[in-house]
Design a protein around this ligand. Sequence first.
Ligand SMILES: [Zn+2]
Length: 323
Amino acid sequence: MITLNNTEMYQSYAIGIDVGGSSLKCGVVNHHGEILYSTIISLKNAKTQGAIIALIVEAIQTCAKKFKNPILGVGIGFPGIIYNNKIIAGADNLPGFKQLALGEILQDVTRYNIVMDNDANLMGLGEMTYGAAKDCSDVVFLTVGTGIGGAVMIDSKLYGGFRNRGTELGHIVVQHNGIACACGGKGCLEAYASVTALLNHYQFIHPALSEMENIDGKYIVEKYLAGEEYAVKAMELHFDYLATGIISFINIFSPQKIVIGGGISEAGAFYSREIERRIKTLAVPITSTDSLVVSAKLGNKAGLLGCAAHVFQKFKAFDYAPK
Ligand SMILES: [Zn+2]
């Protein structure tokens, strides 16, 4: 049991559970965004929907036991389409989780307030509340990795479209009749600007590399910084396509910040600078005046902090916090 001093007693606490394909990242967070306790639970041996739910319940109870103070609620980040605390369709790598009112189940078992949303949405909310876009109300968040995910925050709130099925930022079309995408569409931003696309392109143009060779984004970034011809070519195209997508987001939303997360965005300041340089010449000038491109700050804590931020936002923690 962790004991709290007087100041901490008046703080609000939330439990965050960030559900990934292979593990649960769980923790207790105060409304300042400080993680007071965290742990990772492996899903390796959880083969069924029921087993995973049991582990989520256990995670909530473990977190709650660490604190005497009341917990305002539990925020859950889950991969897939989530609407009204219900999983409409979960990620392919988790068994089951279709048309499942998980929020209601967890509320009945744990007696805590539950609030759920898509995991990428909550990473965006985390960055807006506690990270790279802390001072902003209008933000576009992108994760660039194997695929491209993202979130849109308008007036400090997540925007999800009708029944929370929108903001599939990786699937805006940047090339008519282009490369086939995992979503079933063609010419999506993800098919051109994800790290997967970057790797494919580099291996395709590099004369001495076979497709079997095991390289990653970090390798290409190192070669790019060293000025290797093929890496420069592949990265330039990566920046061009990513900027093309981001220009559309700027022209629609005019965000204060475009926050880019995922391993590759942490490669260095040159990454956001290269994208920003392209944007300044191509976006509608009036929409992009105040738009800055920045790297995400919270790394792999963004999801957990976003889960907690969602609880504080939903259950209005700040109303009874002392001034
Ligand atoms: Zn797509």
